[in-house]
Design a protein around this ligand. Structure first.
Ligand SMILES: Cc1cc2nc3c(=O)[nH]c(=O)nc-3n(C[C@H](O)[C@H](O)[C@H](O)COP(=O)(O)OP(=O)(O)OC[C@H]3O[C@@H](n4cnc5c(N)ncnc54)[C@H](O)[C@@H]3O)c2cc1C
Length: 368
């Protein structure tokens, strides 16, 4: 039987994970996107700016926790079957200067979510810290993981084409799709026949994509620093008394992401000098070991080896992730559209779970 064509719009972590699952489910899958892994970093491509770790969100949404659990299982499976996968299971420490009810709620949630969770003993807490916990979790080496997903998709037979799409209907019911460039390794032209369905994984793009125009979508700006510190092998989140949060996520390369900010509806695409200074100061206070060993006695922000100042826009959405089916009528024919966007600050840790749900929606819409 001929495989059905499915188009995926978007090549961030959500689009790539979803496209891989669609291939595995037996569809003929083509990705269309403006930006792909390996392109110069862009403010329009959130996935390249993430930390990224897996720290379950404190929310009353059991649905979100299911997605996170399924994604955790998928990451652990990847590590088991492929020792070279750029995903690591590593210790993560959470420290707080102010143990209020929010922190208690968070620690209670984390203790139920992660196995081998333990509270730190008083003797293990650094000065000024009143409580702390430790558990193993996932760190994704983002600059290596996105090309890994892309290669996996192409080697499994997927096709990918660069294209900026004004509206979803512009992609359907036409055989002259104005492709700008075939992604390297992806041979041939896009399928000339119509797709059976389209999966929309456009992140913040959903705000301006015709046929979608989702005004619930907004950015949550995250400014971070990439620091060279190959001696750091665990992650950390540090809650300050004034509710600022610092975090570190080490990569396989020896670089470490030091964050950060959480700025709602702020589109500013480049770093702000005062924020850079604040992230550095908070960072070396929370974890002086970010500095080279011979510079820790008198910590000075100028001794941090800063590789890059980074700004990314988390793909946030009022009401959370949009995982649902709609349709577009073109010439009297209904085309199912599966939406999978709006993952906010949790797109990596919910990627495989939401991909699985998107494929379930796809299958259900094509069986009707
Ligand atoms: C500082 C920071 C730290 C983060 N840390 C974490 C973390 O620790 N853990 C975690 O799980 N998550 C983290 N995140 C969140 C995570 O990065 C996002 O949730 C995730 O990357 C969203 O992926 P996406 O594929 O939906 O969107 P994107 O990566 O933005 O991809 C969107 C894709 O759609 C394409 N597109 C959009 N519109 C169009 C159009 N009209 N035509 C063609 N193509 C289009 C784009 O070109 C792109 O390919 C962090 C984010 C930031 C900024």
């Amino acid at each position: 039987m001929e495989r059905m064509n499915v188009f995926v719009v978007g090549a961030g972590v959500v689009g790539l994970s979803t496209a891989i699952r669609a291939l595995e489910a037996g569809y003929n899958v083509t990705i269309f996107a403006e930006i792909f892994p390996g392109d110069p970093k862009s403010i329009k491509y959130t996935s390249c700016w993430a930390g990224a770790d897996h720290i379950s969100v404190v929310t009353s949404s059991t649905f979100m926790h299911e997605l996170e659990r399924e994604t955790m299982q998928a990451f652990l499976h990847l590590i088991e079957v492929d020792p070279l996968v750029p995903v690591m299971l590593r210790p993560h420490v959470e420290l707080t200067q102010a143990a209020g009810p929010d922190i208690k709620k968070k620690y209670d949630h984390l203790s139920q979510f992660y196995s081998d969770f333990r509270s730190l003993r008083q003797s293990e807490l650094p000065e000024g810290v009143v409580a702390g916990v430790m558990f193993p979790t996932i760190h994704v080496d983002v600059p290596r993981y996105l090309p890994y997903l892309m290669n996996r998709f192409l080697h499994a037979g997927g096709q990918a084409f660069r294209m900026t799409i004004p509206s979803l209907s512009s992609l359907i019911a036409r055989n002259d799709r104005p492709v700008l460039e075939a992604f390297p390794l992806s041979a041939g032209s896009p399928p000339s026949s119509d797709p059976a369905a389209v999966i929309n994984c456009t992140g913040l793009g959903a705000l301006s994509l015709g046929d979608v125009l989702d005004t619930d979508v907004y950015p949550t700006r995250g400014e971070t620093l990439l620091i060279r510190a190959p001696w750091v092998h665990h992650g950390m989140t540090y809650y300050c008394q004034n509710s600022d949060v610092s975090y570190i996520i080490p990569r396989q390369s020896g670089d470490v992401i030091l964050g950060g900010t959480w700025q709602i509806d702020d589109w500013h695409p480049i770093s702000r000098p005062e924020t850079v200074k604040s992230i550095k100061e908070r960072g070396i206070h929370a974890y002086p070991e970010l500095l080279p060993p011979n510079k820790r006695e008198n910590p000075d922000i100028n001794d941090l080896d800063v590789v890059e100042e980074c700004v990314g826009l988390r793909t946030t959405r009022k009401g959370g992730i949009r995982l649902e089916t709609t349709s577009i009528d073109i010439g009297g024919k209904e085309f199912p559209i599966i939406h999978n966007y709006g993952h906010g600050g949790a797109g990596y840790q919910s990627s495989w779970g939401s991909a699985k749900r998107a494929i379930e929606l796809l299958q259900a819409s094509l069986e009707r």
